[in-house]
Design a protein around this ligand. Sequence first.
Ligand code: GTP
Ligand code: MG
Length: 270
Amino acid sequence: LTRATPYTSLPTILLLGPSGAGKTALLTLLERGPLSTSTNPAQAAPTHTSQVSSAIQLAVSEDGQSSWRKDLDASGSTATSFLLVDTPGHGKLRAGALEKLGGAGKTGGKKGEKASTRTKAVIFMVDAADSEILATDAAEYLYDVLLTLQKRTVGTKTSRAATSIPVLVAANKLDLFTALPAALVKSRLETELGRIRKTRSKGLLEASVGTEEVDVPEEGDDWLGEYGSEKFKFEQMREFDVEVEVIGGSVAGEGGPGVDRWWRWIAEKI
Ligand code: GTP
Ligand code: MG
């Protein structure tokens, strides 16, 4: 790895998602990939609930065709280095992760904006075998992530245009036979995001009823996607320059699709 490259100048891929989705497992796998071809025997890294963010430096070849298993430094090819940042998925530890998305929205300070200029893409990982969490915790978290990105676009429309941050919803654990296929993960999440959108907009209305100083919410302020639409679809995020793709894969287990398609997505976006 090129130690001379200042850490902060590298493009960053942010790994988000609820606890237990497999974020740290993915980081560990990708980190060990290149190592396993060198003389260092790869060590089995244990995963446990993350409490802090951590980052590893990875690289894709310039044509974007290199495998994650390949040690690009050893092969001497020109490569694009980037950081993959793992974040804790626990509900109480998400604020820091969302801050990294920054933006010029309501909460976006100078610090947040700086960080967001380095964030090239977001991988939102979910456990496709846990439909309970998928419909509740994962959906709530994804709603917050997408709304942050939406506000980031809306907030910067008048000044400097924010570079768009694409989102990969990585449907993980497809090695398990109980896992929903990616297409179903997608529609399930869309249904739940639509439900959350309805609930939250109701809350806004009720909050303004009966109060003297009516804090009228601006149109679509906290409404995710196309304003007033009946159903939520990920495609509605395009209006805000946020491209969302749902791709299945597996970090561990036998017979799953692996991580190749996610890696290709990364190579495309970096
Ligand atoms: P937090 O750190 O709490 O946010 O969770 P995390 O997203 O980092 O989850 P972690 O990587 O610790 O994985 C949770 C559990 O899922 C671990 O026991 C992993 O071994 C397991 N796991 C991860 N990916 C897969 C997969 O593709 N298939 C199967 N069967 N298990 C997986
Ligand atoms: Mg973790």
